[in-house]
Write a new protein. Structure first.
Length: 451
């Protein structure tokens, strides 16, 4: 595909150019691959005060000749870096005679039919940062007979402290006031007041099941609960527990709760509970059945062994979770986490646009256009709008800001990911609502006219 030289014939400070620069532009357009000619144009542009145009020309030259020293020097000057010394300055500077002749580094060449990557890396090492951070070599611990490591080490599971960087509180959750009120009444108030809990005979432990469509912030809410309680936080997924060796999955599940008991007060977050605690009646594999049994045992505890351990779980399909996990004393409270409401969408959109180049964005209009979108959908809208503006900037060579049109176009092109979930949940709420388990979901579907 032929190279395209950015058109700066109209608008901007480049409009008033000297005839020499205009002639060089015409010559570069006729021979876009001529690196010396393009570098000469870049140097004239830089001397004339057209730094942005010089950056563009130097970048085109570097794309054809990445190792060209003159192109790299021009790019550094145009980007505000130190300018190379002039010949007069070089002649005035004291010259130190080396004790031995210094040979310049050999350029990367093909040796034996292969490209010398080591030489190329040395040449651009001062310009291009390393792709990966080298880690110090550590002596690996010996494996056990079954091929696993030592599961008894508490450091095997990451425990986030309540004052760790990135910790959040319930107040950091944008909007969703109904969810916050339910959390306060059913979970936070009793746990935040241990003396009152003991007075009324309330155990200092608890379990809460968060369910709803994917991408609506269940994990974020779980972290906010941990921050609100001033508790440590352990996030557990299926990969942290399941193991190919017989008995290891149960041992891993036990060690998760042992770590939480040692770090109490601690919130244990079981992500994708339908995988960790699937209905045993539908499970054919004995290993999975035993893992669910172990989870039930850990939730029960013995005496007050689980005091200070609060269990939160999240799932998109609560109807696939084993019924024994939801009996009183285990995950006996449920909270429906719905797509973000208007205030929450406003906060989420502003968060994802905060570090992007935007202009004249009507957030209120965008909030109305994204009704029913999940938090993940809103992030996708911002990402798609940024891609559109970036592509236009690459085609024209001029930076263009993200505007309302980009965001509304992205919102119109994206289908809310919550729709398939509500289609499945509607059947469960209408025909499998034993004991009123899904009354809250049923009320929302009626209110939203999704029945």
């Amino acid at each position: 595909m032929p190279d395209e030289t950015p058109d700066t014939s109209s608008g901007g400070p480049e409009a008033a150019e000297s005839p020499l620069i205009g002639s060089l532009r015409a010559a570069v357009a006729a021979a876009p691959g001529d690196v010396p000619l393009r570098l000469h144009l870049a140097e004239l542009l830089l001397d004339a005060g057209h730094g942005d145009a010089a950056v563009v020309e130097a970048a085109f030259a570097l794309s054809h000749a990445p190792g060209d020293a003159q192109a790299r020097a021009l790019m550094a000057r145009a980007m505000g870096g130190p300018a190379p010394a002039s010949p007069a300055q070089q002649s005035a500077a004291p010259v130190q005679q080396p004790s031995a002749p210094v040979q310049p580094p050999a350029p990367p060449v093909r040796q034996g039919g292969r490209f010398d990557w080591a030489a190329a890396e040395q040449e651009v090492g001062d310009v291009v940062p390393p792709r990966f951070i080298a880690k110090p070599e550590a002596k690996e611990a010996p494996l056990t007979v079954d091929g696993s490591g030592d599961a008894g080490d508490a450091s095997a599971y990451d425990v986030d402290a309540p004052d760790a960087p990135g910790s959040v509180r319930v107040a950091d959750v944008g909007g969703m006031q109904e969810v916050k009120d339910r959390l306060e009444a059913a979970f936070l108030a009793p746990m935040r007041n241990p003396e009152l809990s003991r007075l009324y005979g309330k155990s200092l432990r608890g379990g809460l099941l968060l369910y709803g469509p994917p991408g609506c912030g269940k994990t974020f809410i779980a972290r906010a609960v941990a921050g609100e309680l001033g508790a440590n936080f352990i996030s557990v997924s299926i990969s942290d527990v399941l193991d190919m060796w017989v008995g290891n999955s149960e041992r891993n599940m036990h060690e998760v709760f042992e770590t939480a008991r040692r770090q109490a007060p601690c919130v244990v977050f079981l992500d994708e509970l339908d995988a960790l605690g699937a209905k045993r009646s539908r499970t054919q594999h004995n290993g999975m059945r035993n893992t669910v049994n172990q989870l039930l045992t850990e939730l029960d505890g013995v005496g007050d062994v689980n005091d200070g351990v609060f269990v939160l779980a999240a799932t998109n399909v609560p109807w696939d979770v084993d019924i024994a996990l939801r009996r009183p004393g285990r995950l006996d409270r449920t909270l429906l986490v719905l797509p973000p409401d208007a205030p929450a969408r406003d906060a989420i959109l502003r968060y994802h646009l905060r570090e992007r180049p935007i202009e004249s964005v009507d957030v209120g209009k965008l909030v109305k256009a994204t009704d029913g979108f999940s938090g993940a959908d809103l992030a996708h809208v911002c990402e798609s709008a940024a891609e559109s503006a970036l592509l236009d900037s690459a085609r024209t060579g001029t930076i263009r800001m993200i505007n309302t049109k980009d965001l509304l176009g992205a919102a119109k092109a994206i289908r809310p990911s919550t729709e398939p979930w509500f289609a499945a949940a509607r059947n469960v709420a209408m025909f499998a609502n034993e004991g009123g388990t899904y009354d809250e979901l049923l009320a929302y579907l009626k209110k939203a006219r999704k029945l």
